[in-house]
Write a protein that binds this ligand. Structure first.
Ligand code: 5GP
Length: 122
C-alpha cells in the first residue's frame, strides 16, 4: 500500500508552527501536546515529526532512530504526567474503521481517572 500523506493536516500545521499547541514534551523526532478536546484529566497526543499517516506507515518507513525516539517519548510523557502508577490507556486510531480524524500518526495517552472498558458496543 502506498502512503499518500496530506501535508495540510492539522498536526502538520502544528509541526510547522502555523497553529499553536500546548506542548508537553519535544524531542529530536517527536512532539507531545495536550488534546484540544480532552476526554480524561490527562489526554496527551504524541506524534512523530516525520510525515507518517499511521502506525503501520511509521513501522514500515521510519528510521530506527525515529522509532526509538517515539517509543521513548511516549513512555516519558506517561512518567511526566504521573499516570504510570495508577495506569493509563494508549490509543492510536487508523483509517476509516479506526475513525481517525487527523491523518498524521498520533498516540493518545489517556489517564487520571478510571477509563472504563476499552470499547462500547456499537
Ligand atoms: P483521532 O480521532 O484522529 O484519533 O484524534 C484526533 C484528535 O486530535 C482528537 O482527539 C482531537 O480532539 C484532536 N485535535 C484536533 N484538532 C486539534 C488541534 O488543533 N489541536 C489539538 N491540540 N488537538 C486537536
Amino acid at each position: 500500500m502506498a502512503f499518500d500523506y496530506d501535508s495540510e493536516n492539522i498536526f502538520a500545521k502544528i509541526l510547522r508552527g502555523e497553529i499553536p499547541n500546548d506542548t508537553v514534551l519535544e524531542t529530536e523526532h517527536s512532539l507531545a501536546f495536550r488534546d484540544i478536546r480532552p476526554q480524561a484529566p490527562v489526554h496527551v497526543l504524541v506524534i512523530p515529526k516525520g510525515a507518517y499517516i499511521s502506525y503501520d506507515h511509521f513501522a514500515q518507513e521510519a528510521s530506527e532512530a525515529e522509532i526509538v525516539d517515539y517509543v521513548r517519548a511516549i513512555g516519558e510523557v506517561c512518567r511526566m504526567e504521573g499516570v504510570e502508577g495508577d495506569g493509563f490507556r494508549m490509543i492510536s486510531n487508523a483509517g476509516e474503521h479506526g475513525v481517525q480524524e487527523v491523518p498524521h500518526l498520533h498516540v493518545h495517552i489517556l489517564g487520571g481517572r478510571p477509563l472504563g472498558r476499552m470499547l462500547q458496543q456499537a
